[in-house]
Design a protein around this ligand. Structure first.
Ligand code: SF4
Ligand code: SF4
Length: 455
C-alpha cells in the first residue's frame, strides 16, 4: 500500500464485474459515447412513445455491458424503426444504427433458433440434420415472427402476387382480407395495400429489348429494388429514360431486395443472403466500369452503408464505393441544373418530404435545390420531420398509431404547402404521405423526365 502526500491510497483492486474481462464484447465505437443524449432527443419514436428507452440505451449503453456470448437483448429493440436519424446527429460518430441492427438480429435469432439451424443445414445439404431441427420449430414460432418474416421478404410475396396482378389487387384490397390480416396476422387494416402494376419494370425492360444507348465511358448498373419493379415501374422507366437522355448505357443486373426491411425486422440471415446475390452481381458490373445507381434512397443506403457495416462478403466495399442515388449521380457528372433551367415542365406544384435515409446520405435538400431552377413549378420542403412509416414498421397493427403520431407534423406541413401533390424518393414515405393527406405522390425522377425527356 502506498500513501500519497494527501493521504489517499492510490492502489486498489478493480472490481471484476465480469468473470473474465477478455470475454467482453465492446463493439467498435461504443466507448465513443459521452452520453450527451442528442440521439435520444432526435429519435422520432422516443418523442411519441414514453416506453421506448431511445437510441443511447439500445446502442452504446447495452454494448458496454455485453460479453461475447451474451444474447440477452432488451425486447424494446424491436420498437426502433431503423430510421437512422440518430446516426445522423451523434457528434461522436457512434455507429448507432449498426449497433441497433446487430442487436435486433441477435434478438430475432433467439426467437427461432431451430428454424435458422434447419435452414443452415438445408443449405449445406444436411437433410437428416435439418429434419431433426425442424421438429423444434413449431414450439418456437410466434405469429409476430412469421408476420415480420413475411413483411421483410416483400419481394418474394410480390413476385407471386404480380403473376396475377389484377386478382391480387382485388383480393388484397378487399375488406375481408384486410380484416383477416389485421385480426390474425397483425398487419393493419388502416392502410390500403399498394397495387401491383400490370407489367413489372423487368417485363417492360425485356419487352423493350434492354438499353437503347451504348457507351464505352458512361455506364451505370441500375438497382431498381422490389417496389419500383412490382408497384411503381413508372419510376424505374423514368430513371432509364433520364439516364439515356444524358447518354448513359443503362444495364439492369439480376438482383434481390436491398435488405432494408430485413434489417428493420432483425432478419439478418435473410438480408445476408440477399446481399450476397446483389454484391456478386453488382461487383461484376463495377469490375467492368459501371457505377451502381439506385432510385430509392433506402436502397442506396443499404448498398452504400449497411452492407459494409454488417457483412464481410467479398466485393462489398467495392460495390459500396461505387453506389450512388440517381439524382446525386447526375448532379455530380452532368450539369443538371443548367439543363433544367430553360425547361418548361407541365407538372403540379409539389410538397417535398426528404426521407430520413436521404438525410443520412446528405441528400435531403437536393430535389428542392434542383427544381428551384424551374420557373413553371413550385416545390416546397415540408420540413425535417420523419414520415413515421419506416418501411414495414407502420404496417404493423401495434405500431400503426405510433407511426401516424410521428407523421402528424409532416401531414400538417404538407397541408400548409401550396402544392397538393407530394414528392419524395422513398416508396414507403410516399405511402405514408398519401395515406395521411390523400395526395398523389411522385418521384423526383418523374419530374426530371417530364422536364427533359417528354418535350
Ligand atoms: S449522440 Fe452519440 S455521444 Fe451523444 S449520447 Fe447518443 S451515442 Fe452517445
Ligand atoms: S434508428 Fe430511429 S427509431 Fe431507431 S433509435 Fe435511432 S432515431 Fe430512434
Amino acid at each position: 500500500m502506498r500513501v500519497t502526500p494527501r493521504g489517499f491510497d492510490t492502489e486498489f483492486d478493480p472490481a471484476q464485474v465480469f468473470d473474465d474481462p477478455t470475454e467482453m464484447d465492446l463493439r467498435p465505437g461504443a466507448d465513443n459515447c459521452y452520453k450527451c443524449s442528442t440521439c435520444d432527443t432526435s429519435c422520432p419514436v422516443a418523442e411519441v412513445d414514453d416506453d421506448f428507452p431511445g437510441p443511447k440505451f439500445q446502442g452504446p449503453e447495452q454494448w458496454r455491458l455485453k460479453k461475447g456470448d451474451d444474447r440477452d437483448i432488451d425486447p424494446s429493440i424491436t420498437d426502433c424503426s431503423n430510421c437512422m436519424r440518430c446516426d445522423n446527429v451523434c457528434p461522436s460518430s457512434v455507429p448507432l444504427s449498426q449497433m441497433h441492427n446487430t442487436a435486433r438480429g441477435e434478438y430475432v435469432e433467439g426467437q427461432a433458433p431451430s428454424l435458422w439451424s434447419a435452414e443452415d443445414a438445408l443449405a449445406d445439404g444436411e437433410f437428416r440434420e435439418a429434419l431433426s431441427y425442424l421438429r423444434g420449430v413449431p414450439s418456437e414460432l410466434s405469429i409476430e415472427f412469421v408476420r415480420n418474416r413475411v413483411l421483410s421478404n416483400y419481394g418474394t410475396m410480390a413476385g407471386l402476387g404480380s403473376e396475377v396482378p389484377r386478382l391480387t389487387n382485388l383480393v388484397m384490397g378487399s375488406r375481408v382480407t384486410k380484416w383477416v390480416n389485421d385480426r390474425f396476422f397483425g398487419i393493419t387494416a388502416e392502410r390500403d395495400f399498394p397495387e401491383f402494376a400490370t407489367q413489372t419494370f423487368r417485363e417492360w425492360w425485356r419487352e423493350r429489348g434492354g438499353p437503347k444507348v451504348e457507351s464505352a465511358d458512361k455506364r451505370v448498373a441500375y438497382f431498381h429494388g422490389d417496389y419500383s419493379n412490382y408497384n411503381t415501374p413508372e419510376v424505374a422507366k423514368a430513371m432509364v429514360r433520364v439516364y439515356e437522355f444524358f447518354g448513359y448505357e443503362v444495364r439492369v443486373p439480376t438482383q434481390r431486395c436491398s435488405g432494408t426491411p430485413m434489417f428493420a425486422n432483425g432478419m439478418l440471415r435473410d438480408a445476408r443472403r440477399a446481399a450476397a446475390v446483389n454484391i456478386s452481381n453488382l461487383s461484376d458490373f463495377v469490375d467492368r466500369g459501371y457505377d451502381v445507381i439506385a432510385s430509392c434512397t433506402s436502397c442506396s443506403m443499404a448498398l452504400g452503408q449497411e452492407y459494409p457495416e454488417l457483412f464481410d462478403i467479398e466485393g462489398t466495399q467495392e460495390v459500396s464505393t461505387h453506389t450512388y442515388e440517381a439524382l446525386e449521380y447526375l448532379r455530380i457528372h452532368e450539369d443538371l441544373e443548367d439543363e433544367l433551367r430553360d425547361a418548361d415542365v407541365e407538372f403540379p406544384d409539389l410538397a417535398y418530404h426528404a426521407p430520413c435515409h436521404a438525410r443520412n446520405q446528405g441528400l435531403d435538400r437536393q430535389a428542392v435545390e434542383l427544381f428551384g431552377e424551374l420557373d413553371s413549378l413550385e416545390v416546397e420542403d415540408v420540413g425535417d420531420s420523419c414520415s413515421g412509416i419506416s418501411g414495414t414498421y407502420g404496417w404493423k397493427t401495434e405500431k400503426y398509431d405510433t407511426s401516424m403520431q410521428i407523421g402528424e407534423e409532416m401531414f400538417e406541413h404538407m397541408h400548409d404547402a401550396t402544392g397538393e401533390t407530394g414528392l419524395t424518393e422513398c416508396p414507403t414515405c410516399a405511402m405514408q404521405m398519401g395515406h395521411g393527406t390523400g395526395y398523389e405522390i411522385r418521384h423526383p425522377l418523374e419530374v426530371v423526365e417530364a422536364a427533359l425527356v417528354d418535350q
